[in-house]
Write a protein that binds this ligand. Structure first.
Ligand SMILES: Nc1ncnc2c1ncn2[C@@H]1O[C@H](COP(=O)(O)OP(=O)(O)OP(=O)(O)O)[C@@H](O)[C@H]1O
Length: 580
């Protein structure tokens, strides 16, 4: 038996059976069905031709049965054209061009039908007129981008059950789909037991199944139903170009700040009163850009005093110096500034307790205090004493309107005091990060898995924001604030800045001043700098180390480093570390 089986298999390999297709229905019916399917599939593209044929038949019937009805046809056509042109009825057209097109088509079709009813569709110029109208009015129809997009979306919706099964979302249903300016979005119902996290985990597979570019699919939870979500396919990136800053929108800290624009063109509005802000992202992700948008707005608020800490020698914040009541550029200055802020906080808390007022309401005469810290991790590295003050402000500052606005490349556990500081930051702006786990560091644990994919942001200024009213992973792009904007805004509001209230001023005056650490200035700081750079270890020296070596101020060291770098005598080994 086994020998027979082997022989049979060998014989089958040598003499393969021809593949026979046996139709199980008559050829004519199969052919008609195929034509029907093709007509149905391309029904949108064929619509002008179909409409021409329908008109021809209607003209024939009306001419034979009711040739005197042509004035009625003309009147109805005019009314229909008015409804289409003025109200977009019955297609719900919003855009002016689309309504104009619908009105023109209705007028031409109605006019032709009235003429065909009166004299017959085969007479005179009517056949040529109908053919020309189909071609001329068909061209905009065939070229219309949204119509073609709609057709593509309809096909995807029909194919979704198979696609969903292939990517592990079997049982999910597309309930409705809408084409918008940038692509399309669909409301989806998931299989019982599936959640939006399952869809988010399969986003790359969905992109592959739909044939989109990577990063084109967004998924948002339906706030009313755990088993439903909105899937958005962004065919054209609405954030491809920079969005110019329209200027400050806030006049008081109580006004929400407009940071930029979401992908659906709505404005990103974030309330800042009594909130600490953390802006995180890798180098060149646009942190300073977002900081500048916030500063540009706060500069226009008459109830905020601004203090700044910029340990990059004031590189980022100095352009705003005319609007900053204080700017610290060294670790010692930063520590003193934060200590003063804690003193203000204590004085205000004390006064609130005494007067039985729960919160400090900022006004131009009793303004809020916002402390802007550029590169918080650097502060944590170089001024550990300052970190204690910052944490104290983060914990207790909100009620008395002493707020922190911090930017950092990477809010590591160490920089963020083991997360204690970060947990107080109720507004988090996450720009592009290099490593996926940084998303959880900036936003919170589990946010990466929940769809806040900041590692896929592909341009400076693009961000996710987590704040009151913003708890869905929606991509936004910050406004681009140019140097010119900064100069103009700082100059415009410089003399409108409020002063601290007497209570806060008195609190600072009673503060013990830290003694300036004695600095020994090298005889020839320039030479000392060159020697330090020449003998620097392979991973370079930090700016504070160079300050120690030269005894000069940070700004001097930065200026000299820039000049030496331009001349090729110094180079930045990694960010902030230098050697010859
Ligand atoms: N919203 C934006 N739209 C377009 N371009 C932007 C935007 N924000 C920033 N950029 C551009 O990106 C570049 C880097 O921006 P920025 O200096 O703000 O980044 P950063 O994260 O602060 O960098 P660093 O870590 O070096 O301080 C700049 O050239 C800037 O013009």
């Amino acid at each position: 038996m086994r020998a027979y089986g082997r022989r049979h298999r060998r014989w089958s390999r040598r003499n393969p059976q021809p593949l026979l297709l046996v139709p199980d229905e008559p050829l004519l019916i199969a052919g008609l069905a195929a034509i029907g399917r093709a007509l149905f599939r391309y029904r949108s593209g064929l619509a002008p031709i179909t409409s021409g044929l329908v008109l021809e038949v209607a003209g024939l019937l009306l001419h034979h049965k009711q040739p005197g009805a042509w004035p009625m046809v003309a009147v109805l056509a005019t009314l229909a054209a008015l409804a289409a042109g003025l109200r977009g009825w019955p297609w719900g057209l919003i855009r002016l061009e689309e309504r104009a097109y619908a009105a023109s088509v209705t007028v031409v079709a109605g006019g032709w039908l009235a003429a065909a009813t009166a004299i017959g569709p085969g007479r005179g110029p009517l056949p040529t007129a109908l053919l020309s109208a189909v071609v001329v009015l068909g061209v905009p129809w065939w070229a219309h981008r949204r119509r073609r997009a709609r057709v593509r979306v309809d096909r995807v919706v029909r194919a979704w059950p198979d696609l969903a099964e292939a990517i592990g979302l079997d049982g999910s249903r597309v309930m409705s789909a809408v084409v918008d300016t940038w692509g399309w979005r669909a409301r989806m119902k998931l299989r019982p037991g599936h959640s939006v996290a399952d869809v988010i985990a399969r986003v790359p597979a969905i992109e592959s199944a739909l044939g989109t570019r990577p990063g084109a699919v967004r998924v948002e939870q339906d706030p009313a139903h755990a088993g439903r979500c909105t899937m958005r396919v962004v065919a054209i990136d609405p954030h491809a170009g920079a969005i110019p800053w329209p200027g400050p929108s806030a006049r008081s800290l109580a006004d929400p700040i407009e940071l930029g624009v979401f992908e659906d063109a709505t404005t990103v509005r974030v309330p800042l009163l009594r909130r600490h802000v953390l802006i995180g992202g890798t180098t060149d992700s646009g942190k300073s850009g977002v900081l500048n948008v916030v500063l540009g707005n706060l500069a226009a608020c008459s109830d905020v005093v601004l203090w700044g800490i910029d340990l990059k020698g004031g590189m980022e914040l100095r352009p705003w110096s005319s609007c900053l009541a204080r700017l610290a550029t060294t670790s010692a200055e930063a520590t003193q500034l934060l200590a003063d802020a804690v003193a203000i906080l204590d004085a205000r808390a004390h006064a609130s307790g005494r007067d039985n007022t729960r919160v400090w309401e900022p006004t131009p005469t009793a303004p809020a205090l916002v402390i802007v810290i550029d590169e918080y991790a650097e502060l944590a590295d170089t001024a550990p004493a300052a970190v204690g003050h910052a944490e104290s402000i983060a914990r207790r500052g909100r009620a008395v309107a002493v707020d922190l606005l911090t930017a950092t490349q990477r809010p590591t556990q160490k920089a963020m005091g083991g997360g204690a500081l970060r947990s107080q930051m109720s507004v988090r702006v996450c720009l592009r990060v290099r490593e996926r786990r940084d998303v959880d560091l900036i936003l919170d644990k589990g946010m990466l898995a929940a769809g806040w994919h900041a590692h896929t942001l592909d341009g400076p200024g693009k961000f996710y924001v987590l704040a009151d009213g913003h708890n869905q992973p929606r991509r936004a792009r910050g406004y681009l604030v140019t140097d010119e904007h900064v100069r103009e805004t700082a100059a415009r509001y410089a003399d409108q800045r409020p002063d601290l209230d007497p209570l806060s001023r008195a609190a600072i005056e009673h503060q013990p001043r830290a003694l300036e650490p004695p600095t020994t200035i090298a005889d020839d700081p320039e030479q000392a700098l060159l020697t330090a750079l020449a003998h620097a270890p392979d991973d370079g020296l930090t700016v504070p180390e160079l300050i120690d070596a030269t005894g000069m101020r940070r700004t001097w060291v930065y200026d000299r480093l820039q000049a030496l770098a331009a001349a090729g005598d110094a180079r930045q080994v990694t960010r902030g570390r230098w050697r010859a």
